[in-house]
Design a protein around this ligand. Structure first.
Ligand code: SF4
Ligand code: SF4
Length: 67
């Protein structure tokens, strides 16, 4: 199974990664990081196809995808 790691402290909560994922793997947390942003998190890793569109879409390079 692929591994998707999101650095929550780098996340600014823009939701671009959630929109970019074709498999609805990602979701926004109901909790905030230390900067006060609702961060993205991995909700359904079992659906991930390791396409890395989420990582490419993130303006803050907060996402790492490993096959
Ligand atoms: S690698 Fe692709 S399928 Fe997996 S979370 Fe990122 S955008 Fe979604
Ligand atoms: S694209 Fe990056 S900054 Fe935006 S919500 Fe996703 S992880 Fe956070």
């Amino acid at each position: 199974m692929p591994k998707v790691t999101i650095d929550r402290e780098r996340c600014k909560g823009c939701e671009l990664c959630v929109a970019a994922c074709p498999k609805q793997v990602l979701a926004m947390s109901t909790k905030i990081n230390s900067k006060g942003y609702f961060y993205a998190e991995v909700a359904h890793i079992e659906n991930c196809i390791a396409c890395a569109l989420c990582a490419k879409s993130c303006p803050d390079a907060a996402i790492e995808v490993e096959r």
